[in-house]
Every structure is written in structure tokens, then in C-alpha cells.
Design a protein around this ligand. Structure first.
Ligand SMILES: *Cc1c(COP(=O)(O)O)cnc(C)c1O
Length: 510
């Protein structure tokens, strides 16, 4: 939740010392305590600076602004805020316009009677403090993924990065794309990282570059997001759905061995929920049989396997920058990764209509480029990513200890040699429908990743596919439930979710 502090109230309070000053200080501490983010309107920066300079002189004003900037953030002004409008209030109307961009639950803390009388988002300083004094934390809605909270911590960098692209007007293959690719390659520990338009297109790019042909068989887990299997079918190849290891939800290497035929050309293990699949065994099977391997790392960017990063562990890997993934952009995007120079060149060409030189097209390709704006956004996110990974791991530990020993709830297992990127915190329970309903009464969202195993999706029924014995995949599809997961969940929120969950599971089975 965001709190805009009225410019006039803030400047008066800072100049005043005494009770008004105390009231501003209390408001800022209450915000901190309740994870609300206090903002001042950036369009009023000069007003604030001038007022303070008048009163306190240069040194005093500078030190006040410095202190203030440590405790509040600046909400951006836009050109639109300054358009002449009907209101007579020239001074305040831009700030009120800015307030309307702050989200449905944003509040304006003000001592201005006119706002207090006319705007339902306006609360007085005393009103604000009493609001939080009574507020029952149990009533607050939890976000499944909270991109707003994330943005509050990187707003100035994000604005700079986005506006730099827009003002450059270099929207396709701008410098941010190459820069992101270099940073991703270094972060992953691989020679080539190549940005593309989505995690789905990344799979297509990899398979086109590997020369997949109609009739080829490709082994995929039966329990994954649709794209892993559907892109195989789109290539005209035959997906062969195999079972998972019930402990990790990842592809079972024994099932792969069982499924290989002379038509098999490759294997696409998925590192589900952020935990890397058993890549050494998958790679060994592939090597012995002359198959390629693509790691579908859409959910596992940042995870490690025996200390090495996901997306660096096999011939080609793919990831997704879909907004809700661990490393998400502000729209669709993805990347492919490889140490194979030749394959890298092929994928680079295919994603740009097979173009070798301008208007010289060597092969049939796609338009699957990563756009410059998304590259800039993901670049900012990448600067904070390792820190966020540590926070995700902390949230997962909080969940697992809060849920430990709870009846009928099986918490996720991460193998010793793995560190998950915790794309999801997914548990198993015997029966889901009633539990989800009880959770939603308590304003706690849950999700099912994924309710239908691929071999039973209608989309595959009119094309060739094979399915092996998939009892564990079936059981997982019936039992999994994902709880809210993002780096900025607080310990209190996790405790509250866990308590509500244990009670809901108990009530549902009673
Ligand atoms: C999200 C996801 C994809 C697809 O990524 P998009 O960027 O949404 O196209 C593929 N595979 C898995 C396992 C995913 O979770």
C-alpha cells in the first residue's frame, strides 16, 4: 500500500518542530512498521526545497531533505500532471492527478480541510494513525505475486531505464538488449545468452536450431506448463510424455530410459517450481544415446545444481521473463543459453527471420526478438535479482518451518545439491477445492500449477503423441497447491498464511 504525504503538510511539519513534526515522524514509522510505502510528490520537490531554504538556510535545508529522502520516496511527476484542468487549485491538482496513479488503496495524508471534505482517499494525520492502530492485519488481502512492492524498491532506476529507451526511440535491438545478454551470460556462467520474445518462443528457437523434424520423438515430463509439450507438437514432432519423481516433481530419469526409441532425438527436462531437474543423469542418458537436451528453465533462472546455475547445465537452455517468473519483465520476454557457438549463431538468425545481413535471409525464421524496453526492464530487475533470491529462500524457509508437522500437508523437498529459485512454493494436500475456497474467504489467493497433466490436454488429442505410465504425474496434478510466493512477503504474512492454511486443511477434512 502506498501513502502520499501532502506537500503542504510535510513542509509545515518539517519547519514546525513540536507536535506537527512529531506527527509526521509517527506517520513515517507507522508506514515502516506496516510495510506501507510513504511518498512525496516529485513534482513538488522544488516547492519543498524552497520552503525549507527560506526557513532553514542552505545547510539546514540540505540536511532536512537528505533525512527526508531516506524515509520517503518520490512519486514520479508526469507531463500529464501539468495539463491545465478545470480545477482552480493550480498548486495541488498535479499532485492529486499523481495520486490517481498510485493504486486503488493509496491514501493521501493531509491537513487540508478541502481535500479531507472532498476526496475519499484523503485522511488527516490523526485519522491515518488511528486507521493503523485499529487495523486488523488478518483482514488485509495478500498478493500472490507483488510486483508493486518490488517496484517501490527500484522505482527511480526503473524510470530511468524505461525513459532512456523511449527517449532514444531505439525500440528494436537497442543497446539494452546486448547489454542484458552480456550480463545474463556472465550471471549464468555461459558463453551465449540470447534474448527472445518469450519462454515459449525460446523453446521453438532451440528446437529449430537443433533441426527437429516431423516425426521426431521428444521426451518431456507429463507434469509441466503446456508450452513444454505444445511447442514439440507445433514443430511437427511427437511429444512423449513421461512420469515425474514424486519428491521433486521433475522428470524421472528412469522413465526417460524406458521411453527412448530409435525415433527419439531429444529430451526437454523442466526445472519445475525453481528446482533444477536431475541434469547429470539426463545428460548421461542423452550422451549414451546421442540425443540433445534442452533445459526448460522458465521457472528456475537463478537456481543452482551442484553449485552451477540453471540454464548453464546442458546443450541449450531456455528461460522466460513473463512478469510473474522469478526474473520477470513488464510483458513477455525470454532467453536461450548455450556454450555452442554454432548453435548460438543459428538461434540468433532464426529469431530475426533467418537474416544473415540486412534483407539477406539464410533460413526461414521468426520474429522472436526481445524488445529493447523489456531488455531494459529485465536489466534493472537483474541488478536486484540475487538479493531477491535470498529473500525468496527466506520466505520458503519460513513457510516450511511454519508448516512442518502439519497433518496432511506435504511441504516441498529441495535436494541437498540444489538451491531452488522458488518460482512457486507448492505443497501437496489430499483434497484441494474446499481448502482453496476457505483460503479465499480469508483473502489469501492460491493457485494450481498444474491441474491437468499434458497427455490429457485436449490440444494434443488430434496429433501424434505417446504417453508412458504417468501415475506420479496424475497424482501430483490432483494434489498440488501453490501458496503466495514473492520476495517481499513479510514474516507476519507468512505466519498468517500458514496458520490459515493449516486451519483450512483441517476444516476441509473434518
Ligand atoms: C512460463 C513457462 C513457459 C513459457 O514461458 P512464456 O514466457 O510464458 O512463453 C514454458 N515452460 C514453463 C515450464 C513455464 O513455466
Amino acid at each position: 500500500m502506498r501513502v502520499l504525504i501532502d506537500t503542504q503538510f510535510a513542509t509545515t511539519a518539517i519547519r514546525a518542530a513540536g507536535t506537527e513534526r512529531d506527527s509526521l515522524d509517527r506517520i513515517l514509522s507507522v508506514c515502516l512498521e506496516h510495510h506501507a510505502i510513504p511518498y512525496l510528490y516529485a513534482g513538488h520537490y522544488q516547492t519543498i526545497a524552497q520552503e525549507l531554504l527560506k526557513e532553514l538556510g542552505s545547510e539546514g535545508a540540505t540536511s532536512e531533505i537528505k533525512q527526508l529522502s531516506e524515509r520517503v520516496r518520490w512519486w514520479p511527476a508526469t507531463a500529464e500532471d501539468c495539463q491545465p484542468i478545470a480545477s482552480q487549485d493550480l498548486l495541488h491538482s498535479p499532485m492529486l492527478r499523481a495520486l490517481s496513479r498510485m493504486g486503488d488503496d493509496a491514501l493521501l495524508v493531509t491537513a487540508n480541510d478541502e481535500f479531507l471534505g472532498s476526496d475519499k482517499r484523503a485522511v488527516s494525520p490523526v485519522g491515518f494513525l488511528s486507521l493503523f492502530a485499529q487495523e486488523d492485519q488478518n483482514e488485509k488481502k495478500v498478493a500472490f505475486v507483488d510486483l508493486g512492492r518490488q517496484l517501490d524498491g527500484m522505482r527511480d532506476e526503473m524510470e530511468r531505464a524505461i525513459w532512456r529507451v523511449i527517449d532514444s526511440t531505439s525500440f528494436i535491438n537497442g543497446p539494452a538488449v546486448g547489454e542484458l545478454e552480456r550480463r545474463l551470460a556472465e550471471h549464468t556462467g555461459i558463453d551465449h545468452a540470447i534474448g527472445c520474445s518469450s519462454g515459449t518462443d525460446a523453446l521453438i528457437l532451440a528446437m529449430m536450431a537443433l533441426g527437429v523434424e516431423r516425426g521426431d520423438e521428444i521426451i518431456v515430463p507429463d507434469f509441466t506448463y503446456i508450452a513444454t509439450g505444445s511447442m514439440v507438437a507445433l514443430m511437427g514432432a511427437t511429444p512423449v510424455f513421461v512420469d515425474i519423481d514424486p519428491a521433486t516433481f521433475n522428470i524421472d530419469p528412469d522413465a526417460i530410459e524406458h521411453a527412448v526409441t530409435e525415433k527419439t532425438v531429444g529430451i526437454i527436462p523442466v526445472s519445475l517450481y525453481g528446482q533444477v531437474a536431475d541434469m547429470d543423469r539426463v545428460n548421461a542418458i542423452a550422451k549414451a544415446r546421442g540425443l540433445w537436451v534442452i533445459e526448460d528453465g522458465a521457472q528456475s533462472y537463478g537456481a543452482t545444481y551442484h553449485g552451477r546455475r540453471s540454464c548453464s547445465l546442458t546443450r541449450v537452455s531456455t528461460t522466460s521473463f513473463f512478469p510473474a517468473k522469478p526474473l520477470g519483465g513488464y510483458g513477455d520476454g525470454g532467453a536461450v543459453f548455450t556454450n555452442d557457438d554454432e548453435l548460438a549463431i543459428k538461434m540468433r538468425r532464426i529469431l530475426n527471420h533467418g537474416q544473415r545481413k540486412r534483407y539477406d535471409h539464410q533460413v526461414i525464421g521468426l520474429n522472436a526478438r526481445l524488445d529493447t524496453l523489456q531488455a531494459a526492464v529485465v536489466g534493472v530487475k537483474l541488478s536486484h535479482f540475487d538479493e531477491e533470491l535470498a529473500l525468496r529462500r527466506r520466505v520458503a524457509r519460513w513457510y516450511s518451518s511454519a508448516l512442518a508437522g502439519a497433518e496432511q500437508i506435504i511441504t516441498p523437498i529441495v535436494l541437498d545439491h540444489n538451491e531452488s529459485s522458488w518460482a512457486q512454493y507448492t505443497v501437496r494436500i489430499p483434497s484441494r477445492v474446499r481448502v482453496r475456497e476457505l483460503m479465499s474467504y480469508r483473502k489469501i489467493p492460491t493457485a494450481v500449477h498444474y491441474p491437468i497433466p499434458l497427455h490429457r490436454q485436449e490440444a494434443f488429442q488430434h496429433r501424434p503423441y505417446r504417453v508412458e505410465s504417468v501415475t506420479h504425474a496424475e497424482q501430483a496434478a490432483a494434489e498440488v497447491l501453490s501458496l503466495p510466493m514473492h520476495p517481499f512477503l513479510t514474516s507476519e504474512e507468512v505466519q498468517r498464511i500458514a496458520r490459515a492454511f493449516i486451519e483450512s486443511v483441517g476444516a476441509a477434512s473434518a
